[in-house]
Design a protein around this ligand. Structure first.
Ligand code: ZN
Length: 275
């Protein structure tokens, strides 16, 4: 999963001559146009999922619905996808999917593989976010994408990240550090553990108390008007024990994951209410 901002490059050079783009078939879905080099059934569950994701993202984050188009390119095979990547984005690392933002376009690229649903949810989530919060800080952008990439029934519970954080905590190799996350400006600076922590913060804000959810929503509103990187300072003023409470939330997820799973609609849990 890869996010690259190419604003300084402009859009034309990359998109004017895209001979291998998979555009044999296309399906328009609200903000999305899904192109593929094979026939994708219009009523495929994956496509309905991406439509529902738009509602989930805008409702849960209380951001406006954008009409900015997002192009999604799905190659039939990894071979075709990688060939395209080598020719058009030779400096990109080898990832299953990625999101590109230029001055004029929001685009997602991927291929039809076992994890296409998760990959598209993640990358399209970046698209939905950047359409309305172009200056969203990296840690939050990735944390929310990791949250929303989970299937709806999982309620944002990313078990791989949960396991990794629990293990790293047990080994004394990790503790929450939001100020550190905020300093990260490039995807290449983010390691797996930082993706995991960013996801946990997203889950903490969206799935614990209405007050925390409001803090996140207010911050996103602020980012739309005046980009800022001082989220952690503001948070610690309102909730000085936020990082300790994040650990408590992690433990709760370990003990009672079912409280958060299999609930298609977001349910606010009051168990670790703000003091
Ligand atoms: Zn991402």
């Amino acid at each position: 999963m890869w996010l690259l901002l190419l604003a300084s490059l402009g859009g034309c050079r990359w998109f004017a001559v895209p001979p291998q783009l998979p555009v044999a078939s296309s399906i328009a879905l609200d903000e999305l146009i899904v192109y593929s080099d094979f026939e994708l059934p219009e009523n495929h569950r994956l496509l309905r999922d991406l439509e529902l994701l738009r509602t989930d993202v805008t409702d849960q984050l209380s951001v406006p619905v954008s009409d900015e188009q997002i192009q999604v390119y799905v190659f039939k095979t990894p071979k075709r996808y990688r060939k395209f990547l080598r020719e058009h984005f030779p400096d990109f690392p080898d990832r299953r999917a990625f999101f590109v933002e230029t001055d004029t376009r929001l685009s997602v690229y991927s291929y039809w593989g076992d994890r296409i649903a998760e990959d598209l949810r993640h990358e399209v989530c970046h698209g939905y976010l950047h359409a309305v919060v172009p200056e969203i800080p990296l840690w939050l952008d990735e944390g929310l994408a990791e949250y929303f990439e989970c299937s709806r029934g999982d309620g944002g519970l990313n078990e791989i990240h949960l396991e990794q954080l629990l293990e790293a905590k047990k080994e004394g190799e990790w503790r929450p550090d939001l100020a550190h996350l905020e300093q990260l400006e490039n995807v290449s600076d983010m390691h797996q553990i930082e993706y995991a922590e960013a996801w946990l913060w997203a889950h903490f804000f969206l799935r614990t108390t209405p007050a925390r959810k409001q803090i996140l929503q207010d911050y996103l509103t602020q980012c739309r008007v005046r980009p800022t990187r001082s989220f952690s300072k503001g948070l610690l003023k309102v909730e000085p024990d936020a990082e300790k409470n994040l650990i408590a939330h992690l433990e709760m997820l370990k003990e009672t994951p079912s409280l958060f799973q299999n609930q298609p609609d977001v349910k606010i849990l009051e168990a670790d209410r703000l003091e």
